[in-house]
Write a protein that binds this ligand. Structure first.
Ligand code: PLP
Length: 358
């Protein structure tokens, strides 16, 4: 079965992990520091703080920005559960917003002016244009779990040019793999310190009081990434440009191969932007039949996502208008396989099967 996404791990990644395992550290140590520095440099942020998952990183981002009970947090309904859960973890309330018809990114114009925060998902890896955000809520968090390697006219996604924090994931289907892992980037030193405390029980060392002394400032968690995972992530990060280049080339081949069919292809990157192509979501009629026939042909397409408001857990969340574009897109969405090691012959099989089916 050709999956919709898959990691690319080579011998040099294995070597990097073996080296970390022989270094005398296993949990958070020097490899975490190195990876954080490399990640901050790669996305042009002042600080990167890594976590045990993207979900933990999202939780940390909502918590350290002071979101809590009584805060309403706008987000697209067309996203993964973790986007909403990170608001719920801190007691705040998701406000579900519709997406734009072409990009499937949150419709910035529909974000209510009185929400405390907005979580902007760069759907499929195409950056939302945050310059268009008119009334900026108190907190803006980018869920950039699809968008490591993407760019805007203001630089790499992750530089927080128009946000307080930017969240990444290193789950194996994402741009780079750590097994599990995530990160928050920010340009605020105070935020970075709070994120580090949150990741490790709320502890802040205070050497002036003695070498042993630390203070628990607030509720924290154990959300640390291990050095084993950080070594893998660091090795993977050095290949990010090649990975995204492969994804762009695959997207181009899909556009050529599927042109002239009724399949609606995803929006490309506008001038000055770079799409990271975490996903290649097409829209088709008879999605269920196409999905099942692809399965029979050995192609594991996927649907991103069952909108939040369709799930029992989120169905009572506040909605802005009727989420009509989200529902219409959801009825037709299908993510075709896209990952750096997808071979031309595998992709040709996907293209030929799609041409026959749609
Ligand atoms: C992958 C993903 C996450 C969570 O990342 P994990 O590392 O799997 O916890 C959050 N939001 C979106 C939109 C994602 O696709």
């Amino acid at each position: 079965m050709i999956p919709y996404g898959r990691h690319s791990v080579d011998e040099d990644d294995v070597q990097a992990v073996a080296l970390a395992m022989r270094s005398g550290w296993l949990t958070q140590g020097p490899a975490v520091n190195e990876f954080e520095e490399a990640l901050a440099a790669a996305v042009a942020a002042d600080y990167a703080v890594v976590f045990s998952s993207g979900t933990a990183a999202l939780h940390a981002a909502t918590a350290v920005h002071g979101l809590g009970r009584g805060d309403r947090v706008a987000m697209p309904s067309l996203t993964f559960a973790a986007t909403a859960n990170c608001a719920l973890y801190v007691g705040s309330s998701p406000v579900l917003v519709d997406v734009e018809r072409e990009t499937l990114n949150i419709d910035l114009a529909q974000i209510p002016s009185d929400v405390s925060a907005a979580i902007i998902v760069h759907y499929a890896g195409l950056p939302a244009d945050l310059r268009a955000l008119r009334s900026r809520p108190r907190v803006v968090i980018e869920d950039a779990t699809h968008a490591l390697g993407a760019r805007t006219p203001d630089g790499p996604v992750g530089n927080c040019a128009h946000s307080d924090a930017c969240v990444f994931s290193f789950h194996p289907v994402k741009a780079i793999a750590a097994g599990e892992g995530g990160a928050v980037t920010t340009n605020s030193q105070a935020t970075a310190r709070a994120l580090r405390r949150f990741r490790s029980h709320g502890m802040e060392p205070d050497r002036d009081q003695g070498g042993w002394y630390y203070e628990i400032r607030e509720l924290g968690f154990n959300y640390r990434l291990s050095d084993i995972q950080a070594a893998l992530a660091r090795s993977q990060l050095s290949k990010l440009e090649r990975f995204i280049g492969s994804r762009e080339a695959l997207a181009d081949r899909y556009r050529t191969g599927l042109s002239g069919t009724p399949a609606h292809l995803p929006a490309g990157a506008p001038p000055g932007f770079r799409h990271a192509y975490h996903l290649f979501p097409v829209r088709v009629a008879n999605r269920r039949r196409v999905y099942e026939d692809l399965q029979k042909a050995g192609i594991g397409a996927q649907v991103h996502y069952v909108p939040l408001h369709h799930h029992p857990r989120f169905s009572s969340c506040e909605r802005v208008q009727d989420l009509e574009v989200t529902d219409e897109a959801y009825g037709r969405l299908l993510s075709l396989p896209i990952f750096p090691d997808l071979s031309d012959s595998e992709q040709d099989h996907v293209i030929a099967t799609m041409r026959a089916l749609v």
